[in-house]
Design a protein around this ligand. Structure first.
Ligand SMILES: NC(=O)c1ccc[n+]([C@@H]2O[C@H](COP(=O)([O-])OP(=O)(O)OC[C@H]3O[C@@H](n4cnc5c(N)ncnc54)[C@H](OP(=O)(O)O)[C@@H]3O)[C@@H](O)[C@H]2O)c1
Length: 498
């Protein structure tokens, strides 16, 4: 059981709070994992008072919480909450917060401030909290949780960091990447460092290349205005996919303590070969979804979405080939790919092993023999599966692919949302699954040359039909025509005909 604390949520009326944070706190409460005295103080503008806000939360929960809304749990959850109405830019809000938090010992003295806000509001809110002494740690700890994106390029990240550290120490800042709260992502560490079996194989001697993929069938919905300022590279690759890469590629840390993990992750990010601005086209492919059909429904192209410019060149698809210049990974390409309006929802890491030195069992019409793969499914299905070649039953030496399954969840075990574990880590003060500033800065350094090259329109922006797997142009990132993108978890039945 965690110690009691107060969660102050700015932006408690927004999408993130309603769909992720508040349901996660409800689930923790339901599972008895939240201290009885932990309180939630919400801020928003949309609702005038606590009753209106809670009615909205309740209506939202009906469709989001696991197993449907339980009235008893909801009343317990509601009893933990309070609401302060007000505008972030109005200094009175902070006076009202101080007053509320000092009400007769109702709120525990340890305070976590969650910024479920537009990043442009972080610095102003933190400055105001400092002004009214709410960041003073005399009576308890103060932690500030910051959502992605942390800046929208290297320069803006540097500026944001400078503004935050005028008021906060680095160890008070919890930069969240919810991907790292996913159990399969954390399982990558256990799988790699609790088993000796994989370690001798986990290097350039046996691994041909590694793919890290996040595909989703959704378009940008109502996020047009925000998405126009980011695009797939910033939205997914700079954050989630580069973080996944660090988990797959890092050396064994000296311990699982936050500092040790952060040090190894940073070393990997620093070992990624810089991309020269004039070579972007050789290692990166951008695309944008056109009209098409997703799950049987006709959908618009990106440029016809709300609040998107009719001649937008924002990429909704990005693929990037990276090299890690260290002994373990020299010569092993890491291929990162993400897209919206893709054929299906799929996030995975696929590790493709080299071919045997001699092909004894090669069928004559197949030019490329099937490889061994280690596939780590992240969403929607979690799995860790090794694909092997075995003999097919019958007299000839025909082969087929089979999977050795190391999936970790039993059918009756529930999947916790990533935010649940991360919220508990904030209360415990465990920063191991949160990002340090140095990691973020380095991640921007990696993608900045590509962002610069893509800031202009160009013929290298490839339209792809919605419901496809993105532009075929992305295939050129493979050095060999026998290699191909892993779109799904299904075993690759056979080699690619050449
Ligand atoms: N949505 C997600 O699933 C998701 C996922 C990952 C990261 N994020 C990040 O999380 C942050 C929040 O995203 P979101 O989708 O929740 O945004 P959102 O739906 O637009 O919500 C923004 C919140 O900020 C509040 N707000 C804005 N200006 C304010 C002001 N002047 N005074 C008081 N409150 C103000 C809004 O309150 P009112 O509406 O009451 O005015 C609302 O509660 C962003 O940094 C986003 O990048 C979101």
């Amino acid at each position: 059981m965690t110690e009691p604390c107060t969660f102050v949520i700015f932006g408690a009326t927004g999408d993130l709070a309603r769909n992720k944070l508040l349901p996660a706190l409800y689930h923790l409460d339901a599972a008895g994992r939240l201290n009885r005295d932990t309180r939630i103080l919400a801020n928003g503008r949309r609702h005038a008072d606590r009753d209106a806000w809670l009615a909205d939360v309740r209506a939202h929960f009906a469709g989001t919480v696991r197993g449907g809304l339980d009235e008893e749990i909801f009343s317990r959850f509601a009893a933990r909450t309070d609401y302060v109405h007000g505008d972030l830019r109005d200094s009175i809000l902070y006076d009202n917060l101080c007053e509320k938090l000092s009400e007769g010992g109702a709120f525990p003295a340890d305070l976590a401030f969650y910024m479920a806000l537009s990043p442009s509001d972080y610095a102003g809110v933190i400055q105001n909290l400092d002004r009214v002494k709410l960041l003073d740690e005399t009576r308890g700890w103060r932690r500030v949780v910051i959502e992605k994106p942390f800046g929208n390029n290297l320069q803006s990240a540097v500026t944001l960091q400078r503004r935050l550290t005028e008021h906060l120490r680095e160890d008070q800042i919890f930069r969240i990447d919810h991907y790292l709260g996913k159990e399969t992502v954390r399982n990558i560490l256990v799988f790699r460092f609790a088993n000796v079996l994989m370690e001798p194989l986990w290097n350039r001697n046996t691994i041909d290349h590694i793919q890290i993929i996040h595909a989703e069938p959704q378009g940008i919905g109502e996020r047009g205005a925000t998405y126009e300022k980011s695009g797939a590279l910033s939205d997914m690759i700079q954050s989630h996919l580069l973080q996944l890469l660090t988990f797959v590629a890092m050396e064994s840390p000296v311990s699982m303590a936050a500092e040790a993990l952060h040090a190894e992750k940073l070393k990997i990010l620093k070992s990624i070969r810089p991309i020269p601005t004039d070579k972007v086209n050789e290692v990166a492919v951008r695309g944008q979804y056109d009209a098409g059909t997703v799950n049987g429904t006709a959908v618009n192209g990106y440029r016809a979405e709300q609040r998107v410019s009719a001649d937008s060149h924002t990429e909704t698809f990005a693929a990037l080939k990276l090299h890690i210049d260290n002994w373990r990974w020299a010569g092993v390409p890491f291929l990162l790919r993400t897209g919206k309006r893709m054929a299906q929802k799929q996030a995975l890491v696929a590790i493709c092993f080299k071919q045997p030195p001699q092909q004894f069992f090669r069928a004559s019409h197949v030019r490329c023999e099937a490889s061994n793969w280690l596939v780590i499914g992240i969403q929607p299905d979690e799995c860790i599966r090794m694909e092997m070649t075995i003999k097919a039953p019958g007299e000839a030496l025909a082969t087929r692919q089979t999977g050795l399954d190391a999936s970790f969840r039993q059918a009756n075990e529930i999947v916790n949302d990533a935010y649940e574990e991360l919220l508990l880590d904030i209360i415990r003060g465990d920063r191991s699954l949160f990002l340090t500033y140095l990691e973020i800065e380095q991640a921007w350094r990696i993608v900045d040359p590509v962002l610069q090259a893509w800031s202009n329109p160009g013929e290298d922006l490839h339209l792809y039909p919605s419901g496809s797997w993105g532009p075929a142009e992305a295939d050129r990132l493979f050095d060999d025509s026998c290699r191909f993108w892993r779109n799904t978890l299904e075993p690759c039945g056979c080699g690619k005909s050449g």
